[in-house]
Write a protein that binds this ligand. Structure first.
Ligand code: DC
Length: 231
């Protein structure tokens, strides 16, 4: 077991943050927390409860409901993975749809939503030994994290990678839909007034444009330089 630190991985949409964070956590025996899944879970809840749609967003209804909504991470007995859980239900398979992706950044703009999430994220990190990925993890959630990384690549390439993944999963989607969703989420995430997406000044920037997942993973492991790892 290596020392217990907090490792943050932030960056633009579809840079492979989750895949990399999961791999690194597995390698070093840390817990992996996908903070985007928390915002997606709340978005899924809002769609189900008719709080958000293409024509309306009842923000007050959502804010008033927050204290009664339980979002946490629990080991799913079927997948055996630590998964996001919404009010007692595993919903990992429901939160990756384009509909959820289309609304999630609008919800993530709200100050009450962000402070609700940060509270949960702090409790998840209180024992350290975690890798958490997201948009504001190194800047706002864990500004004193021992290791911070920021991943980026061109929007075209990120959309291409995401599109290829969705096609592999037999999703009916066009490249343009994926590209537009990524660009619009980046735009909202970077320009919002509450905890905007930006690289922490002390984060290590990794441009993944010409790197595959193995190369990104190796780069991060090199920075971590945990001597007792079997890499
Ligand atoms: O990581 P992801 O693409 O699943 O995240 C979905 C959205 O959630 C993202 O577009 C912005 C929001 N998000 C956020 O605002 N802060 C985080 N720490 C993680 C995600």
């Amino acid at each position: 077991m290596v020392n217990q630190f907090i490792i943050t991985i932030d960056g633009t949409s579809s840079t492979g943050k989750s895949t990399i964070a999961k791999r690194i956590a597995k390698k070093i025996g840390y817990v992996y927390i996908d903070s985007g899944a928390m915002y997606r879970a709340l978005t899924y809840y809002s769609i189900q409860k008719n709080i958000i749609s293409k024509s309306f967003f009842k923000k007050d209804l959502l804010i008033n409901a927050l204290p009664s909504i339980k979002i946490n991470f629990i080991k799913n007995p079927i997948s055996k993975n630590l998964e996001v859980n919404l009010n007692g239900n595993f919903i990992e398979d429901k939160i990756r749809s384009l509909l959820v992706s289309d609304f999630v950044s609008e919800l993530a703009k709200l100050e009450d939503v962000r402070s609700y999430m940060v509270k949960i994220q702090h409790s998840l990190g209180n024992k350290k030994g975690i890798v958490m990925d997201g948009r504001d993890i190194g800047t706002v959630v864990f500004p004193n994290a021992e290791y911070k990384f920021y991943l980026d690549a061109s929007s075209k390439l990120r959309a291409k990678r995401r599109y290829d993944e969705l096609i592999k999963e037999n999703k009916e989607i066009t490249f343009n839909e994926v590209f537009e969703n990524i660009c619009s989420r980046d735009e909202i995430d970077i320009n919002r007034s509450n905890s905007p997406l930006k690289k922490a000044s002390d984060a290590i920037l990794i441009d993944t444009e010409n790197l595959n997942l193995d190369q990104v993973e190796n780069k991060i492991l090199k920075y971590l330089n945990f001597s007792n790892l079997n890499t």
